[in-house]
Design a protein around this ligand. Structure first.
Ligand code: AP5
Ligand code: MG
Length: 209
């Protein structure tokens, strides 16, 4: 499980871990954005909520994660990115068979100023979800995704006022999960302010890989 403030690099690191460990990356933010893009009933209901940086209801989220974890590719392991996000979700997850098998909780630490900078410079592919950093990790061609050539966009919740709100929500309701999992001996803290490759190596070390 990866925990960290917005922009800490959860998605970036989860992708690398997924390739290296051969287990799926399960990102609740990506799952919700897919619902929105497909204009499903849930997607239509939560569109404005997400753009403003607020959470979707715990019951919707838990149902979505349980359905995803029941897929065959998650049977031998999974990487959770963005879930659980509050104590109610953590408690609920701890009652499931997958929650009982949790190996480690990686906490990505990043100072607030860097969060704001990173997210103001992020572009994403609306097709495959890959993130780019316009200054440090730009796409080969200015405006389109390296993977599928789709024009890149900014996430609506990367607007400065949404970012500030997401950071406040993280500090208030998600950060307490660190103490919750530390009490269970699962937490490994990693400095997320260095190069992505260095962060990745620190995570592998923390996992004893
Ligand atoms: P979610 O999509 O999970 O957003 P988030 O937690 O705010 O995190 P981000 O995806 O913005 O950042 P990240 O940590 O993945 O960083 P990334 O790797 O992209 O959730 C979005 C919304 O969905 C929530 O606000 C909520 O509304 C809803 N939601 C999701 N889960 C929910 C749940 N469980 N319950 C209820 N609601 C839920 O990196 C960021 C940028 O930095 C990129 O440009 C990247 O290229 C760059 N970068 C990465 N690493 C580095 C590095 N080491 N150095 C420099 N740049 C870097
Ligand atoms: Mg992400």
């Amino acid at each position: 499980m990866l925990i960290g403030p917005p922009g800490a690099g959860k998605g970036t690191q989860a992708e690398k871990l997924s390739s290296s460990l051969g287990i799926p990356h399960i990102a609740t933010g990506d799952m919700i954005r897919e619902e929105i893009a497909r204009r499903t009933p849930l997607g239509r209901r939560v569109d404005d909520l997400i753009a403003g940086g607020d959470f979707i209801a715990d019951a919707d989220m838990i149902a979505m994660v349980q359905e995803r974890l029941a897929q065959p590719d998650a049977a031998s392991g999974f990487i959770l990115d963005g879930f659980p996000r509050d104590l109610a979700q953590a408690e609920k997850f701890s009652e499931t068979p997958e929650g009982k098998k949790l190996d480690a909780v990686i906490v990505l630490d990043l100072p607030e100023q860097e969060i704001v900078e990173r997210l103001s410079e992020r572009l994403v592919c609306p097709m495959c979800g890959r993130s780019y950093q316009v200054r440090l990790e730009p796409p080969a061609n200015d405006t389109v995704c390296d993977v599928d050539g789709t024009p890149l966009v900014r996430r609506p919740d990367d607007a400065p006022e949404s970012v500030r709100h997401r950071i406040a929500v993280y500090n208030q309701v998600t950060a307490p999960l660190i103490g919750y999992y530390a009490a269970r001996g699962l937490v490994r803290e990693v400095d997320a302010s260095v190069e992505p490759e260095q962060v990745f190596n620190a995570i592998l070390n923390a996992l004893g890989q």
